[in-house]
Design a protein around this ligand. Sequence first.
Ligand code: MEV
Length: 445
Amino acid sequence: MNNNIISGCSKMNKNAKIEMVASRFTNPEAIIDELKSYWHENPAIQRLFDEFSENTISNFYFPLGIAPNFNINGKMYLVPMVIEESSVVAAASNSAKYWAPKGGFRAEVISTTKVGQVHFIWNGDVKKLQSYFPELKRNLIEGTRHITENMEKRGGGILDIELVDMSDKLDNYFQLKATFDTQDAMGANFINSCLEEFAMILKEHLAESEHYTGAEKECQVIMSILSNYTPECLVKVTVECDINCLRNAGDIDDPEHFAWKFEKAVRIAQIDPHRATTHNKGIFNGIDAVALATGNDFRAIEAGGHTYAARDGKYRSLTDVDVSGGKFRYWLTVPIALGTVGGLTSLHPMAKFSLQLLENPPAQDLMKIAASVGMANNFGALKSLVTKGIQVGHMKMHLLNILNSLDANDLEKAKAVEYFAQHKVSYNSVKKFLAGMRQTVAANL
Ligand code: MEV
């Protein structure tokens, strides 16, 4: 392993970077060929991908799939999903088909507010800062007009700015905590630009105002950044039906018992953080896949979702259930800050396509769609877990990965899929099946 510091990597051209990487392998020519084989044949498109990030040497493919039959508030969607994990698209599709005739997913956006903070250290008379805050707030709003003007024309902008005294937690620590409406944009650049301007205005206000004296005329701005915790950018999705209607050929033959077990599974995810984490991971399987397909920042959404799951001090399930009066009601409440304009949404050709497939929804509709898919994946996972177990379905979907890893040809794959429709899939059972088939073919040559 070469442990030398690499200098000037970003300044190298793409071929030089590839050669530098390939030189670390025993077969550099083959590595170069492989990296180049994943370049897009259209140089303009390849350049676009290269410029999304830095030090790019090739493309890393993920599949784009579609989950049909999503009945969300009475409208049917064919949802694009980008995910590498086999069975996620299948699980979402199965749940969508299961719920579509039962009224589908009822989704509502509860709020769309986003948050940003200027964190600063200031040593002075807090009461003074508080009493002159209305003046500072006016300056902050006026002084960012050049940034907010366009957003305001679209109906968004700064909603409010508060001064938060955190000095009981950290000496002399305060925040300017601002809330924003960014309409159909995710709004990260808009919010961060406002915040950095706020920080300058704050410094000027302290330095120039005659209200402050001595050390009060200065503050140390530690950082200005949006928060990915968006508990007020919230969406709720509900599925509901008579318990009897839960019956499903193949896995739910006793709906009462299913509802009882399902409820217990959700309660367990509400009290046990180990289970809650996996339960919520299943929800983000769906949400992330839609976020990725539509060019949104799935890390931001995940981070905010997990914090929300721990909002009362203990990490819990993001879903809740009510099984009573002959009814089964299951709902998910989750913050999802995403955009349908700006960022990659129109730059990435497949993100653009995905949004077109969804009929170019406003951000609030995309929030509802992403949450419904998260709910579908979670419902599908729990349905399997409390009935036949997760592995039957998972391994069936994983079959092709196993076959590919064993270099199965098309005929072998077709025969294996046919055979394993009735048999338990495991790596060894597939290996054995292939070996048997290959032996028979060899014997007949
Ligand atoms: C796997 O990606 C997701 C599940 O583990 C979710 C769950 O356990 O609820 C199946």
